[in-house]
Design a protein around this ligand. Structure first.
Ligand code: AMP
Length: 398
């Protein structure tokens, strides 16, 4: 059985057709610049099968057209989805609120409930719903499954998920820590346990998902007990374009004194902050180059990023009491040896000793970067949210 995994964003759709049993990727692609007026020669859909890439050029009016074009590219590449032994479509859905914490077969009621959760994730759930609706229209006989980014954190202990604000207001408006990137934290902690030859139930783990978005989690015996993202994916670590933690008073200050409204501050903190806000670039490869050239604020951006990351690592070491593994994952975590080295520098007395050669060795698979005498294993484990979603969808539809 194959599963088509769809990650539908506000102006893009990423998709992958894969075999959940073998993890083989049969095809993948991305539809970009949805809703934008682009020149007819601009590539908006790129579809890859094996070594071959197929392109579509020109404007994509909406998500439905985007998926339609992608499905045509499947056919053009000799892989008609109608004959592809397609067992399910798995959709990444960002916010499941208090309602959804397991992979869920999509029905009209489920679509409505995900739509109703849009108040909690106005940037994410509406495009997720559009992706779901478009895929259901194009593949009406294939079961569709929603897999929620918040699910892994559904059972956070009360002390970890509760914000210290008026309890009635919080309850009335669903204000609690939900956490995000859960599919990745779940998958990576499982892979880390497998790498160590242990059952997850035997391990306490810290997972650092450091991509363009970034989050940390503390996992006790397979259950998430804390995570850095909150009601929204804005809280916590410094990210590519998001501020992460800050004094909430900054928001009132900017609204009162800088002539900004709520939407301006929302855009500032989500899109023009983080590494980009401090250095002008959000990609760590570019940040590294800027640091080399002596750029005035690039090193500060890096230092602020590391400072925040160490603060969370310290907090989770204390929360868990005893930690077996710290695992880096996602674009920065998997590739940036300097971030890994600095995040864990000088922590030998806490049982953490990174081996510099192992840390800088290039590899695409799960690996240990700690020294043999490091009490806590430090690992790099590639995340694979698409595979995790495909497996969840396949398990659900049997
Ligand atoms: P993700 O959100 O997991 O796709 O991660 C994307 C981010 O990973 C990019 O914005 C970069 O900052 C970072 N990244 C990707 N490749 C590398 C690399 N080779 N070295 C350092 N950072 C990288």
């Amino acid at each position: 059985m194959k599963v088509l995994v769809i990650n539908s964003g506000s102006s893009s759709i990423k998709y992958q057709l894969l075999d959940p049993a073998t993890a083989d990727v049969c095809a993948q692609g991305v539809v970009q610049r949805i809703g934008e007026a682009v020149e007819p020669d601009v590539v908006t859909v790129e579809h890859t099968t094996g070594e071959k890439t197929f392109e579509y050029r020109g404007a994509i009016a909406d998500h439905a057209q985007g998926l339609h074009v992608a499905f045509d590219l499947f056919i053009a590449s000799g892989q008609d989805l109608a004959d592809a032994d397609l067992g399910a479509v798995g959709h990444r859905v960002v916010h499941g609120g208090e309602v959804f914490y397991e992979p869920t077969l999509i029905t009209d009621d489920v679509v409505q409930a995900i739509t109703d959760l849009s108040a909690l994730a106005p940037l994410h759930n509406p495009p997720n719903v559009i992706g779901i609706e478009s895929a259901r229209a194009l593949l009406p006989t294939v079961p569709q499954v929603a897999v929620f980014d918040t699910a892994f954190f559904h059972n956070l202990p009360a002390a970890a998920k509760t914000y210290a604000i008026d309890a009635e207001t919080a309850a009335a408006h669903g204000v609690r820590k939900y956490g995000f990137h859960g599919t990745s934290h779940d998958y990576v902690s499982g892979q880390a346990a497998a790498f160590l030859g242990k059952d997850r139930a035997e391990l306490n783990q810290i997972v650092l998902h450091l991509g363009n978005g970034a989050s940390a989690s503390a996992i006790r015996a397979g259950r998430a007990v804390d995570t850095s993202m909150g009601l929204t994916p804005l809280e916590g670590l410094v990210m590519g374009t998001r501020s992460g933690d800050l004094d909430p008073g900054i928001i009132f200050h900017l609204i009162r004194t800088a002539g900004m409204n709520v939407d301006d501050v929302d855009a500032l903190l989500n899109r023009y902050s983080g590494i980009k806000g401090l250095s002008g670039v959000n990609d760590f490869r570019e940040l590294g180059r800027l640091i080399e050239t002596g750029h005035p604020t690039a090193k500060l951006a890096f230092d602020v990023y590391i400072h925040r990351l160490r603060r969370y690592i310290g907090a989770y070491l204390i929360e868990l009491g005893q930690v077996d593994a710290i695992t880096f994952t996602a674009g920065v975590g998997e590739n940036d040896a300097r971030v890994r080295a600095e995040a864990l520098a000088g922590l030998e007395r806490y049982g953490i000793r990174v081996d510099p050669d192992r840390n800088t060795a290039k590899a695409r698979t799960a690996r240990r970067i700690s020294a043999d005498d490091s009490e806590i294993a430090v690992l790099v484990v590639p995340t694979n949210e698409e595979l995790a979603i495909a497996r969840a969808a396949a398990d659900l539809v049997g």
